[in-house]
Design a protein around this ligand. Structure first.
Ligand code: ARG
Length: 588
């Protein structure tokens, strides 16, 4: 379906043309004076220069041509030359009826769906998820869902950090504790045990211990580096032990992501491209892209137009070891070979902005991707506590994601059971659903790149620009519909009718913006646009609801129209929270 604003613009453009002016002047935008009009056109102002005429004269000429418009109910030329517009109720009604009939409320599907890989989450094996992993997971999940909703072919990849020094550290610490394990016996030729020699909680304690030791003890660090090297060069026992580390860790990561309703199509990691690296290095050397600088193999990525220094991209360290860069470039190569994506989107902390700039430039320059392949890094701002500093636990430690979620679940449970008689089990379940909306909406409603304050009180509130407020609105609609059903009523979704009140029309106009909003959210990888849209929609609905007695209305036709409007509002809100990555309960 054509976008609502485009239809209005077309009508205005014909009016400009009919009045003898350039049609392109007829662009219509939302009104920035909603008290005066619904939409506006500033084309007469721009036309004044071209036609050397007072803008208000042009505006008057155009307004004159709109007298019989089937779209505009009022077109007013006001000083100094603005066109204030209102649209006909019948036009809005027709548009909404169209949205109801069409799939995805009239969002146009692409003729050639793009193949997109979203690389998000980025957890590191053997380390617990902490709050820093929250944003890339939540925002990435939503970007993935939005692109899918918009009709594209999307693959989500977790891209585990599973191949670097942290692995060597963990192996070293295990060896310190249990040197007798078969994994460390070079002469062992049998099958290694199926059971891992540690539990997840042991593993989570092993890594920080090892990391601390390596900072204090040079010899320990050497050992860890050697273990990393042995692992990467394929020593059998090290590989087998590593496999246990990854398996135990991934099982735990999956459990955590599941709680956040975040799921990945691919659980690939840095290690998966290990065997691709030699071939890639060979290629980079042979084509003359890579050269040795101070012992290391590098590719220059600076460009003439740079205003700041962009250091070369390091492919191999002087000892031949690969780096974060190397695995990312090899992954790009692999993805091109295996999936041939049109776009790859990466989500990480924005402190990796420069890093990705280097990697992308390197991939382009060395032709690992095609000229038209898009590479996009969404750099994410920090999640701060109420004190404006990076979010910490009460005693100043790093907050584990699990504990944060628990805390919010508790807070939500408290709010839900406050002054109310609710069955324990149901209250717990509802609390979880609402808590998820609080966390995700709180995060997603902020622009990804901006730092934001994670304010538990605010995010869990049922009022204001929050997830619980959106859910509350959806649940309110559901309960009205249930009441009608209980009274024996039924409805026909398609019986949308002309708005009979100002608040009803405002609600309908909010709804019309759906496809334009979704297109922008997709095009700009910007879930916050979806949040802004549903917040306005929920506000418009609640205003309409407070002014309208729906259930007791006796005029059948009127009531049927309202019910259809309610159903459409609910369906759109639910589609939107679906792409944000949460859902609404039946009651709350
Ligand atoms: N594991 C990395 C980190 O903790 C994030 C990975 C992001 N994805 C990527 N392809 N580099 O910083």
């Amino acid at each position: 379906m054509k976008k609502f604003l485009d239809l209005i613009s077309e009508e205005m453009q014909s009016a400009f043309g009919a009045a003898g002016y350039d049609e392109t002047l007829g662009k219509v935008t939302l009104s920035n004076r909603p008290d005066l009009c619904e939409y506006q056109c500033n084309g007469a102002m721009a036309g004044a220069k071209i036609y050397k005429k007072a803008p208000v004269m042009i505006a008057n000429d155009v307004a004159e041509k709109c007298k019989d418009s089937e779209i505009f109910s009022s077109v007013e030329a006001v000083a100094p030359g603005f066109l204030n517009l209102k649209v006909r109720e019948s036009f809005v009604e027709d548009y909404l009826a169209g949205m109801r009939r069409e799939e995805k409320f009239g969002l146009e599907m692409p003729e050639n769906p793009a193949k997109i890989i979203v690389d998000y989450g980025g957890p590191n094996v053997a380390k617990p998820l902490h709050v820093g992993h929250l944003r890339p997971a939540i925002i990435g999940e939503s970007i993935k869902r939005i692109a899918r909703y918009a009709g594209h072919d999307v693959i989500g990849d977790v891209h585990l950090g599973d191949w670097g020094l942290p692995m060597g550290l963990v192996i070293t610490e295990i060896q310190e504790r249990k040197p007798g394990l078969a994994y460390f016996d070079e002469n062992f030729a049998g099958e290694y045990p199926k059971q891992p020699p540690f539990t997840i909680s042991e593993l989570e304690e092993i890594y920080p211990t090892a990391s601390k030791k390596s900072k204090e003890d040079e010899a320990y660090k050497e050992k860890a580096m050697e273990a990393t090297f042995k692992l990467q060069s394929g020593v059998r026992g090290y590989r087998a032990l590593w496999k246990h580390i990854v398996d135990v860790s991934v099982a735990d990561l999956k459990r955590n992501y599941e709680k956040l309703d975040v799921d990945f199509d691919l659980w690939k990691g840095e290690a998966d491209v290990h065997d691709v690296i030699p071939g890639m290095v060979e290629y980079l050397k042979k084509e003359g892209y890579a050269y040795i600088s101070e012992g290391a193999l590098v590719v220059d990525v600076k460009e003439e137009t740079d205003t700041k220094e962009i250091p070369p991209c390091m492919i191999l360290k002087s000892d031949g070891a690969s780096l974060y860069n190397t695995t990312d470039l090899a992954t790009i190569m692999e993805r091109m070979r295996e999936y041939h994506p049109d776009r790859m989107i990466y989500l990480t902390d924005k402190r990796q902005n420069l890093y990705f700039e280097q990697v992308f430039r390197c991939a382009r320059k060395t032709k690992l991707v095609e000229p038209q392949t898009e590479l996009l890094h969404v750099g994410i701002g920090t999640m701060n506590g109420s004190d404006g500093k990076p979010f910490k636990t009460r005693d100043g430690g790093v907050m584990r994601l699990e504990n944060l979620i628990k805390e919010i679940n508790e807070e939500m449970y408290r709010k839900i059971t406050d002054n109310r008689q609710v069955e324990e089990e149901e209250a717990r379940k509802t609390a979880e659903v609402v808590a998820l909306s609080a966390i995700k909406y709180g995060d997603l409603s902020n622009q990804a790149a901006k730092d934001y304050i994670f304010d538990i009180d605010k995010f869990t509130s049922f009022e204001g620009d929050t997830g619980p407020y959106i859910l509350y609105t959806i649940v309110r609609i559901k309960s009205i519909l249930n009441k009608i059903k209980e009274q024996g009523g039924s409805w026909d979704e398609s019986s949308i009718r002309e708005a009979g009140s100002e608040s009803e029309k405002s609600l309908m106009l909010e709804i019309t913006g759906f496809n334009a909003m979704m297109e922008t959210a997709y095009g700009e990888s910007a879930p916050h646009k979806v949040c802004a849209y549903i917040y306005n929609l929920a506000n418009a609905f609640n205003r309409f609801y407070h002014e309208t007695k729906i259930v007791t209305e006796e005029n059948e036709e009127k009531r049927a129209g309202w019910i259809a409007l309610l159903v459409l509002t609910r369906d759109i809100l639910e589609a939107c929270i679906g792409v944000l990555g949460f859902f609404a309960p039946e009651r709350m």
